[in-house]
Design a protein around this ligand. Structure first.
Ligand code: F0G
Length: 486
């Protein structure tokens, strides 16, 4: 078998795009770091073709994540200058509590506050705190969800709790929903359910929204079986937009958000998504719910955890500046105008990919467009174990766009004893769109680059994992070689 020449990689990515990415729009660094395809190739090989290890300065169109990549608004920047960098109970913290009350419809202030808030530097730190408490001293626990995100899954399983996904695709408009029948059945299994989670929108399931009806049904099942119900609320505002759009709801976005949170006993949130911030996370817990039957001291234990690992409760892992940025972000994110521009841009991008004939997951979610990699390589010799999604994301780097495989490799596992890979039921590449950052032209350029590789799908190499295939969270650590397909 002939080895692939480096020049073959550059040839595969040679084409004339219909659109141009305007690198100067949002990033002076990228604009002032001109680089050739050869520079990118050298950097990609050095990174073991792992997109996370590729220098961002060489990207044009960085779609690795919508998390923490938001361009702050002028209001957010102005507010950040007023950040009060005090060690305890800074001025911004009071505003943050007020804004959480307004945005989520919960009470945090005053003697009759029904909720407690724990700030963290980002959501996974909140997950770590929560699941450490939930798992401590207990056995045979399972936490069902419509779809746990990868770090949520990992934080649950690190605490020896089973993380179970029970999605339902039945409702065409709300393919992020949970399978309520399976949830109800699950309560009777030998495992104990300490809590039920619902991720809005469902990132693992192609960023699809969850209906209010489904959220109400989960809450209802939880009440029947006396189990706490928590939301993973990272993209709560985008989810509310879909509820308004798909259900033709008379309610405003803020009203839908309030209704959503009225069903839950607690929530985790990464403020790096719908907080429109570059840093921040929180865990909010409603007091006096069924959670406290099993975990009477949980609030105190969470406080201790937070103080030991993050900081004083009134700032968590966030600076005064970060807090101010979140305060403003939580105002903007629930406006119809912002959400229209955000989600309709993602949709326009998805429509263009669709017009080009590229297999996309439809309907489009709120924060990303997902490519269906099994369909992308249908009719070619690319097998799942050749990791076509890794190949696509690797070669795209040479044109500038950075995307992320969330499929056979990221969610698959390798068993060193049998030498076999086990694959998830889906195989996606995600093109996550940062908020307030790109113009549609920039996105169309990325689509043109994908189309070029789609047209050459027969000739694309396979990805061979040369480091890390047996590791946990392997997509962050692995290294690959691109080799000729068998
Ligand atoms: N839950 C969901 C649904 C997420 O999408 C993420 C992060 C987290 C929890 C963890 O939040 O990053 O603040 O610790 N998602 C990012 C992504 C990383 O690219 O989808 P975090």
């Amino acid at each position: 078998m002939e080895a692939i020449q480096m020049s073959d990689f550059t040839k595969l990515t040679d084409f004339t795009p219909k659109h141009q990415h305007r690198a100067y729009v949002n990033s002076a660094v990228r604009f002032h770091t001109p680089c050739t395809k050869e520079d990118r190739l050298a950097a990609a090989i050095k990174a073991g073709w792992n997109v996370f290890q590729f220098p961002s300065k060489y990207t044009v169109g960085d779609f690795l994540s919508d998390s923490g990549t938001t361009t702050p608004t002028i209001e957010q920047l102005a507010a950040s200058l007023l950040g009060d960098e005090a060690y305890g109970t800074n001025w911004g913290y009071e505003q943050l509590l007020e804004q959480f009350e307004k945005t989520f419809g919960i009470t945090l202030l005053g003697d009759h506050a029904e909720w407690e808030i724990f700030l963290f530097h980002q959501c996974r730190a909140a997950e770590h705190a929560l699941f450490t408490q939930i798992g401590r001293g207990k056995k045979n626990l399972v936490i069902p969800s419509n779809g746990h995100f990868d770090t949520t899954h990992a934080n649950i399983e690190m605490n020896k709790i089973l993380a179970l996904d029970i999605p339902s695709k039945e409702d065409k408009n709300f393919q992020g929903n949970m399978d309520i029948d399976k949830l109800r059945d699950g309560f009777w299994k030998p495992y104990q359910v300490p809590m039920v989670f619902c991720t809005i929108t469902n990132n693992t399931m192609a960023g699809q929204p969850v209906s209010l009806e489904n959220i109400a049904a989960i809450s209802d099942a939880c009440q029947t079986y006396k189990k706490p119900f928590f939301l993973d609320a990272c993209r709560f505002a985008e989810n509310a937009w879909f509820i308004k759009e798909n259900e033709h709801s008379e309610l405003t976005i803020p009203e839908i958000v309030h209704k959503t949170f009225s069903y839950c006993d607690g929530f985790t949130i990464s403020l790096k998504k719908d907080g429109l911030a570059n840093m921040g996370g929180a865990l909010c817990v409603k007091k006096g719910t069924v959670l406290f039957n099993e975990y009477p001291d949980i609030l105190d234990n969470l406080r201790d955890h937070q103080i030991c690992t993050e900081a004083h409760p009134t700032y968590g892992g966030m600076s005064g500046r970060d807090i101010m940025i979140v305060v403003e972000g939580l105002k903007t994110v629930i406006t119809q105008e912002y959400l229209n521009s955000r989600i309709l841009q993602v949709r326009a991008f998805g429509d263009y990919l669709d017009e080009l004939g590229i297999p996309v997951v439809k309907p489009f979610g709120g924060h990303a467009v997902y490519l269906d990699i099994d369909k992308f390589f249908e009719g070619t010799t690319m097998r799942r174990e050749d990791f076509g999604g890794i190949v696509l994301s690797a070669l795209l780097l040479l044109n500038g766009p950075r995307v992320c495989e969330l499929g056979a490799f990221a969610f698959g596992t390798y068993d060193p004893k049998t030498g076999k890979e086990t694959f998830p039921p889906f195989n996606y590449v995600r093109i996550a769109i940062p908020r307030n950052k790109y113009e549609i032209e920039d996105l169309f350029y990325a689509a043109d680059c994908i189309k070029n590789l789609y047209d050459k799908r027969d000739q694309l190499p396979r990805a061979v994992c040369v480091y890390g295939k047996e590791k946990t969270l392997r997509h962050f650590k692995a290294r690959f070689e691109l080799q000729e397909r068998k």
